[in-house]
Design a protein around this ligand. Structure first.
Ligand code: ADP
Length: 230
């Protein structure tokens, strides 16, 4: 049997003294799209931040592609490269003088920027393809400080796509996108899932979207089990 992309076993996570996530178990297989829904403050972001190793856990185990996330949130570097994360908000210093294509190229190098990246054909092609996939090739020379909210979202997605991954984690990803971009966005997720076998885990408040695009809904981060939608 294929190794699950993500396995969460009995995970509990505290925010200070507050138990934000309690005894969650969840398995994601390749080629699936799973939604986490729930009210504000329910612990959804805490759950994914713990899976990403940003917030330490109190109890439980997390495995990505069969590799354990250690207590100190260490993960094999090659496994880490298989995970892409699109946060709800992307805060950055707007004075950073970097163009869109240079930013997306950071996702390709990931472990160390090797400028001038433009001399590296493989990287340049990957960046072009990733920008084209989110219909943002025309933005390639724009400084990232000049991007609108919706454009920033597309460029972040492009950053995630510039390398093949196995797991894509999205926190309210389409927020800020216009209707057409949103529809393109879900079409792209569908392709990544069905054609490339990515597992997608997304936090959402849009139940209509969840019903249309996700295979499973996980409606609590407090010990509940996920349920199939269809
Ligand atoms: P959701 O994503 O479902 O809205 P969160 O995971 O953001 O929920 O928050 C879960 C709980 O943890 C909330 O009570 C929130 O106030 C608390 N919390 C979130 N982030 C922090 C933080 N950085 N420090 C302290 N408490 C936090």
């Amino acid at each position: 049997m294929a190794i699950p992309i993500l396995e969460i076993e009995d995970l509990s996570v505290d925010r200070g003294t507050y138990p934000a996530v309690e005894q969650v178990s969840l398995t994601l297989n390749a080629g699936t799209n799973t939604a986490i829904v729930g009210p504000n403050g329910a612990g959804k972001s805490t759950l994914i931040e713990s899976v990403l190793g940003i917030v330490p856990r109190r109890t439980g185990e997390v495995f990505i592609l069969g590799h354990p996330l250690t207590r100190k949130a260490k993960l094999d570097q090659r496994v880490r490269q298989q995970v892409a994360y699109l946060p709800q908000n992307f805060l950055f210093d707007r004075r950073i003088p970097i163009q869109v294509e240079e930013f997306v190229a950071l996702g390709w190098h990931r472990l160390g920027v090797q400028f001038p990246w433009s001399h590296q054909k493989q990287c340049r092609l990957a960046v072009e393809e990733a920008l084209a996939r989110v219909d943002a090739l025309s933005l390639r020379h724009k400084p990232i400080s000049k991007l609108s909210g919706g454009e920033t979202k597309r460029i972040l997605l492009s950053y995630c796509l510039v390398r093949p991954r196995r797991l894509l984690i999205l926190d309210e990803a389409p927020a800020g996108l216009d209707i057409r971009s949103e529809s393109d966005f879900y079409q792209l997720l569908h392709q990544l899932k069905t054609e490339q076998g990515w597992a997608i885990l997304q936090i959402s408040h849009d139940l209509d979207m969840v019903r249309r695009h996700c295979d499973r809904i996980f409606d609590s981060v407090r010990g509940a089990q996920s349920r199939d939608l269809f």
